[in-house]
Design a protein around this ligand. Structure first.
Ligand SMILES: [Zn+2]
Length: 446
């Protein structure tokens, strides 16, 4: 597994050999496994690591550079184990019997080029004078990013791993921005909370003083609709036994969804970049997975495709612009009242897209409110306290459809505005009124 850090990103592609024997890919990964196991065997026998390195590299039947990368990786695993032995870390399995990813340097073990028609061609050689060639398959987003990296002087195409997974060969390519430095979240002036849902993403920008400068809900109803249409289409095909077309339909669906999310992620980063020194804060995916009782809303969000994909796209585009991202525990973001005076937590506070606090009566668009709570959670985790929530602008909604981005007609209307009906027409009026509401909402009890 390759880890993304800072300005390095991992892109994933399918590889289908057009030239050369696909068995070569298999043979390469078997030799990679032998190298990996050999390093572990010699370490267990007490060999000096420099000797392990030289001996294994000399004896391997791989491109020399590829063996070096594999030995380094195996030794690093061992190093981690030796460093953490006291904490009961187990030794890596001395012998693994499935194939092992081949790890290769660009222009040595593997190479990527763009051809006249704009396709990205690959060459994988596990040993000298031996190659497999073909065209990379992948999401429009990852293909665009690898092309960008191949074309640009400021990006470097780095190490790739060839993996056999789910009966398919995949190439995980790392690309690194050479000069880009991503700012530290600690230096952020504006904290942007993100709440990703099946059909929309809500954003809220808050200063360190607790002022919500602006918020927006970007809806993408077409994704859910089109996915449903594709689902029906596939079911129908299965019923009449046309399974051969299923893969085609699946690819069509994936491309559509990725294209839409790609555009939404651009809308998000564009909106974020208007603020001074922003940090983008997401709910932590890992925490969401570990928890079992967040209820159906969390489960639905977790299993709906947009969550992880949109988050990844926003993260990469933000890093590209030097904007850092961070995570918070998502435990209460959807159920908690954002009023600093209240902070009441109850599942019943939320009903679909409507949040109404059972304790103080505060009302808001549920997803926008969740985005505000993400920011509050970030302050709480960073500094142990949350700035008092002073203002809350009216909710602005925009809609990203297959045909473009449009402002919602009712975006300044009363229905989704925070609190009660609003009569002011200018943003200024709405803001002062919202501020007033926050101060005067009377608790129902206590
Ligand atoms: Zn409340």
């Amino acid at each position: 597994m390759m880890q993304d850090s800072g300005a390095t990103h991992t892109l994933s592609f399918g590889v289908t050999p057009h030239e050369g024997r696909s068995e070569n890919l298999h043979e390469g990964c078997l030799e990679a496994r032998r190298v990996r196991n050999e390093v572990n065997r010699l370490d267990k026998e007490g060999w000096d690591w420099d000797d392990i390195h030289d001996t294994v590299v000399d004896n391997a039947n791989l491109v020399k550079n590829t063996t070096q990368l594999l030995v380094q990786k195996a030794l690093k695993e061992l190093e981690t184990y030796h460093d953490h032995k006291d904490e009961d870390w187990g030794r890596p399995f001395p012998y693994i019997d499935e194939t092992y990813p081949m790890r290769m340097n660009h222009n040595e073990g593997y190479a990527l080029t763009i051809d006249e028609s704009g396709d990205v061609r690959f060459r994988v050689s596990y040993k000298p004078y031996n190659y497999v060639k073909g065209v990379l398959r992948g999401s429009p987003d990852h293909l665009e990013r690898v092309k960008n990296a191949l074309n640009s002087d400021s990006w470097r195409v780095g190490v790739a791993e060839l993996v056999h997974k789910h009966n398919e060969w995949r190439l995980h390519v790392s690309v690194t921005h050479k000069t880009r430095t991503v700012a530290s979240p600690d230096d952020a002036e504006t904290v942007i909370g993100v709440d990703i849902n099946e059909n929309c993403v809500a954003l809220a920008a808050m200063t360190r003083n607790g002022d919500v400068l602006d918020s927006v809900v970007i809806e993408y109803p077409d994704i859910k609709r089109v996915r449903h249409e594709f689902f029906i289409k596939r079911k129908r095909m299965q019923n009449v036994g046309q399974t051969a077309f299923e893969t085609v339909v699946r690819t069509e669906e994936r491309d559509f969804v990725h294209d839409q999310l790609h555009k939404v992620s651009r809308d998000v980063t564009r909106w974020v970049s208007q603020f001074t020194d922003p940090v983008i804060v997401f709910e932590d995916l890992k925490d969401m997975r570990d928890s079992i009782d967040y209820g159906t809303r969390m489960n639905r969000r977790l299993h709906s495709l947009p969550f992880a994909a949109l988050r990844e796209m926003v993260t990469y585009k933000a890093a590209w612009g030097g904007i850092p991202t961070d995570n918070v525990d998502p435990k209460y973001t959807s159920q908690r009242c954002p009023r600093t005076e209240c902070l009441h937590i109850e599942r019943g506070n939320r009903r679909r897209k409507r949040f109404k606090c059972k304790s103080c009566g505060f009302q808001d668009h549920a997803d926008r409110k969740a985005a505000v709570c993400v920011v509050q959670e970030w302050f709480s985790e960073q500094y142990g306290n949350v700035p008092s929530l002073e203002t809350l602008p009216s909710v602005r909604k925009v809609r990203r459809t297959a045909s473009g981005l449009c402002e919602e007609a009712d975006s300044h209307g009363a229905i989704f505005a925070s609190g009660v009906h609003r009569h002011g027409t200018s943003a200024q009026d709405s803001q002062s009124q919202a501020r007033e509401e926050l101060k005067t909402v009377a608790p129902v009890e206590g």
